[in-house]
Design a binder for this molecule. Structure first.
Ligand code: UTP
Length: 298
């Protein structure tokens, strides 16, 4: 049974978000909205649906707005109710993390020394067992949450580390970590290596790793040993790759659609995708994008 195996979700949210400057000068990237919902909210919902008990946000002192967003704000809800907006107040309560149901922790990464370093910052606070890592700027939408799918599949993978994987065009592999594939069974991929940002010619496959991970406890020792890699940062992928012999590595091809909301193009694609599913946006989409059939001249 996979239920309850993964008790902890780590959300690294301490990065600088330079690709979205100046928007991210005062607003954390993780609070940028897709339509009206901040990226971090989608990530929290996914972790909640997957049944984790503890959520650890690895943040930065300058990003305290994240804390304000994820926790309940009773005063704001009271004001909304007083002003006849009870439905909005209810929606805010549902979105906030209920501290009676989940442990919530904020750990500071004072300097953005890399994603791997951010995960290492959570080490002393994780519950026993494998941990999930969710990158909020990788938005994955679909009928079933990516993390729920991965947790359900984890017992069948025979590896300590399971990473979310998706097939990408070969000319895009150099933007990702790419799996070296040993074997495949359905959506599960047994890997014997992972190459960071390979050239299209040298890439071992077109299966790219994206921002959902289930990692066994050995990852923390591996991260503590890990020397800085690309950009002088402690890279999570380097520590995962270094532990393949000890822990094993599998990839899981999730069913949802992934949007790289760390990039402007991905963010726009996510907005358009969600807007396209909501009739409230029909008129504006028609106006800007949908070709109207013009009457042909007789
Ligand atoms: P990114 O590399 O996409 O985010 O990290 P970034 O560095 O903030 O953005 P750019 O590239 O400058 O635009 C993925 C996730 O890891 C977190 C980020 O906050 C983001 O949620 N992260 C990254 C950390 O928590 N600490 C770090 O040192 C680096």
């Amino acid at each position: 049974m996979s239920e309850g195996i993964v008790k902890t979700a780590i959300f690294p949210v301490a990065g600088l978000g330079t690709r979205f400057l100046p928007a991210t000068k005062a607003t954390p990237k993780e609070l940028l909205p897709v339509i009206d919902t901040p990226l971090i909210q989608y990530a929290i919902n996914e972790a909640r649906d997957a049944g984790v008990e503890r959520m650890i946000f690895v943040s930065h002192p300058s990003k305290s707005a994240i804390e304000r967003h994820v926790l309940d704000d009773k005063d704001l809800r009271a004001t909304l109710r007083e002003r006849g907006k009870a439905r909005l107040a209810r929606e805010l309560k549902e979105a906030a993390i209920d501290e009676d149901l989940h442990d919530v922790m904020f750990v500071m990464q004072d300097e953005p020394l890399g994603l791997g370093h951010a995960v290492l910052c959570a080490r002393d606070h994780v519950l026993p067992g494998p941990v999930a890592v969710i990158l909020p700027d990788d938005l994955i939408l679909g009928p079933k949450g990516c993390l729920s799918e991965m947790i359900a599949a984890y017992p069948t993978c025979d590896s300590g580390h399971l990473v979310a994987a998706m097939d990408v065009p070969r000319d895009e592999v150099s933007s990702y970590g790419v799996l070296s594939v040993l074997s495949r069974a359905g959506r599960m991929i047994k890997a014997n290596g992972m190459v960071e940002k390979p050239s299209p010619e040298k890439s071992p496959s077109t299966l790219a790793v994206v921002g959902r991970y289930i990692l066994d406890g050995s990852i923390f020792d591996a991260l503590a040993r890990q020397a800085p890699g690309v950009g002088g940062e402690i890279q999570l992928t380097d520590a995962i790759a270094a532990g393949i012999a000890e822990s094993g590595l599998s990839g899981f091809e999730f069913s949802g659609q992934r949007f790289d909301c760390g990039s402007k193009q991905g963010m726009l694609a996510a907005e358009l995708h969600l807007a396209g599913q909501d009739p409230a946006f029909d008129a504006v989409l028609d106006r800007f994008f949908r070709t109207q059939s013009s009457p042909t001249a007789a």
